[in-house]
Design a protein around this ligand. Sequence first.
Ligand SMILES: Cc1cc2nc3c(=O)[nH]c(=O)nc-3n(C[C@H](O)[C@H](O)[C@H](O)COP(=O)(O)OP(=O)(O)OC[C@H]3O[C@@H](n4cnc5c(N)ncnc54)[C@H](O)[C@@H]3O)c2cc1C
Length: 169
Amino acid sequence: MKTVTITEQPKIDEVIRSCQFCFVAVADVDATPYVFPMNFGYQDGILYLHSGPQGRKTDILEKNPKVCISFCANASLYYTAEQIACTYLMQTKSVIIDGQVEFIADDAEKIRIMNIIMAHYTAKTDFQYSAPAIKNVRVWKIQPTQVSCRFLGVPHLEAIKLEKAQHNK
Ligand SMILES: Cc1cc2nc3c(=O)[nH]c(=O)nc-3n(C[C@H](O)[C@H](O)[C@H](O)COP(=O)(O)OP(=O)(O)OC[C@H]3O[C@@H](n4cnc5c(N)ncnc54)[C@H](O)[C@@H]3O)c2cc1C
């Protein structure tokens, strides 16, 4: 399968912005991994997430704030010979970010970031929040320490795209 490593920031940003959610990996102090899906916001190369105040993920992050976050754009399946399994490939774009979670304490900054998260899913950028909701929410800021991006499964010119209806049979 042909894989192309992408370094241009606008292309990386486009992959991240095309995703509806990401997968966040954390590691407990005994190295037990824990991976979970999360919604996110993204602005100027910084990733923002939010959660409730308690739970397994935040318990782990209190002890080890390191995260590895994975994004995967919509995938398409191609083949060149229908009966030959190894001619099938999945075309998609993927980004992996390493970083460390900083929990935001300031209420005004929490609101600014919540609006960034909301803007990822809506056309609006200015929402109202109750004071208790803002006190309660944990807002995560991740300044990436490393970003890698790959376009996977660049199809052969004669490859045939397997349509979704066929795929769901
Ligand atoms: C598309 C999507 C987007 C989401 N976005 C957010 C978000 O932005 N913020 C947020 O806080 N949460 C989000 N969630 C929920 C998130 O994935 C976690 O389930 C939730 O945050 C609870 O995590 P926790 O570690 O505190 O759970 P706990 O209640 O402490 O976990 C207890 C146990 O429950 C199981 N568990 C927890 N979460 C899941 C899960 N998602 N699926 C299966 N088993 C699970 C695990 O075995 C875990 O050990 C999202 C879920 C989905 C599917």
